[in-house]
Design a binder for this molecule. Structure first.
Ligand SMILES: O=c1[nH]cnc2c1ncn2[C@@H]1O[C@H](CO)[C@@H](O)[C@H]1O
Ligand SMILES: [Zn+2]
Length: 449
């Protein structure tokens, strides 16, 4: 059980309202040092150290008692499809292409903006409850997703998933949808939300359309979010049709830069990894989705890190995972690499924690993912009173290998407290709204809920 500590008046909605100058006292850092953390009302960490409480207690609007907790940076999910929470458990145990074309895409054809709003609200709730403070999202009706994210107060990069199969009319519509999201997100003036262009994959968007996507991304100075080298079939088909790997194809179309986040990369060759390194592109690793959809090969982490590629972590959508728990994802990433490549030292605990935090922030293009002066106050307080956190020989090991999202007691994003003592305001309304929205989607598709 999580022990309540610090401010226990969880009904005090004031606590959740806006950024305050906040002092967190007596908290443990992963290096086992006990410190206080102070951040001001801009949401930036101003001091971390043993004497900080003495100096700043009088300035703090709020004091959180951090004793009995471990502070780690908020987690960054660099590849997901948030509103797919509504499809959780809808289609399991299938091959990727069959799963997409026979189950997922036909149901997604019935989606409305309202479904995406509620699905994204549920995704944000689940992320806050498991310690994720930022995510890279690709889906449909992204203005509705943006509303949901804006209300949830976490960070997000939002892209409309472009699928054209070479159809010019469809491409026009997809570009218009992208442009609408880009402008809508800018109109929100939120420091937490940005947009991206999201050509779904080299097998759903042909090279001429990819080139136009790349140009648009460069012009708007936004990220390009895509899927890459997920299956062997994708690589073989691409070789057959275009005489090159999907990575080389993306590069030829101008899609690879330091503003590119490509999900999966299971079937990358060593040459592909070198090219990604040269371009400064980022790979989002999604081991649970890859294992569940039996992509047949684990992303070659050793090749990517050798070539200097920034590798971050993602969950993928809730229909291939089936949750958004990044603590769980960290463990599976670390053990999947060791198992698949038969290398027991590959992806050690500290590296997988960085993968889920600072490497994620780097991929999404913002400074973050570390608890230190000058960084945004994206902080999790993980309960040390959980069976899975005891004993505490090595806090980093417990985080990477033992804890799951349920151990997170407090989630803070950009200085704002989003969860305290595992309480999130509006949780019940979100669960109710999302449940009925999922039923409505299945009804519209003619499937009895
Ligand atoms: O693992 C995956 N591989 C390929 N496509 C996916 C995967 N997971 C979700 N989608 C699909 O990507 C589109 C996003 O806009 C959606 O159609 C979603 O179902
Ligand atoms: Zn995906």
């Amino acid at each position: 059980m999580i022990q309540p500590h610090g401010i226990s008046s969880i009904q005090d909605k004031e606590l959740f309202l806006k950024n305050r100058s906040t002092l967190i006292t007596d908290v443990l850092l992963p290096n086992k040092k006990q410190v206080d953390i102070w951040y001001d009302d801009t949401g930036i960490i101003r001091a971390v150290g043993p004497e900080v409480a003495k100096e700043h207690r009088s300035e703090a609007d709020i004091t959180l008692d951090g004793s009995g907790t471990l502070a780690i940076p908020g987690l960054v999910n660099t590849h997901t499809h948030g509103a797919m929470t509504l499809l959780r458990g809808y289609a399991d145990d299938m091959h990727l292409q069959q799963w997409l074309s026979e189950k997922i895409w036909p149901l997604e054809a019935h989606l409305t903006g309202d479904h995406v709003y509620w699905g994204t609200k549920l995704a944000c709730l689940e992320m806050i409850k498991s310690g994720t403070v930022a995510f890279n999202d690709m889906y449909f009706f992204m203005k509705d997703a943006a509303r949901a994210v804006d209300e949830s107060k976490i960070r997000a990069v939002l892209s409309h998933g472009i699928i054209t199969f070479g159809n010019e009319e469809k491409f026009e519509t997809e570009l218009k949808a992208t442009d609408d999201v880009v402008h809508y997100v800018r109109s929100l003036h939120s420091p937490l939300i940005t947009s991206a262009i999201g050509p779904h994959a080299p097998y759903t968007v042909p090279p001429d359309h990819l080139s136009i996507c790349a140009e648009y991304g460069h012009k708007e100075k936004i990220l390009l979010h895509t899927h890459l080298a997920e299956t062997k079939q994708e690589v073989d088909d691409c070789q057959k049709t275009y005489g090159m790997t999907p990575t080389a194809l993306l590069d030829k179309a101008g899609c690879l830069s330091d503003r590119t986040v490509a999900a999966h990369g299971c079937w990358l060759s060593e040459d592909d990894c070198r090219l990604l390194g040269e371009r400064g592109s980022h790979i989002a690793h999604n081991p649970v989705s890859n294992m569940k959809l039996a992509t047949g090969r684990a992303m070659p982490y050793h090749w990517l890190s050798d070539k200097g590629v920034n590798v971050s972590l993602g969950t993928d959508g809730c229909s291939s995972n089936n949750n958004l728990d990044m603590l769980e994802e960290m463990k599976i990433a670390a053990i999947c690499q060791k198992f698949f490549w038969n290398l027991d030292t590959l992806l050690p605990a500290a590296e997988v924690l960085s993968m889920a935090t600072s490497c994620g922030a780097k991929a999404l293009g913002y400074a973050g993912g570390e608890i230190k002066e000058g960084m945004p106050a994206d902080i999790l307080l993980v309960s040390l009173h959980c069976p899975s956190m005891i004993p505490l020989h090595n806090p980093v090991s417990n985080i990477a290998y033992s804890a799951d999202g349920g151990a997170v007691d407090t989630t803070i994003c950009n200085g704002r407290i989003l969860m305290r003592n595992r309480y999130v305001p509006d949780e019940n309304e979100i669960i109710k709204g999302a449940s009925s929205s999922a039923d409505d989607l299945l009804n519209r598709a003619g499937i009895m809920a």
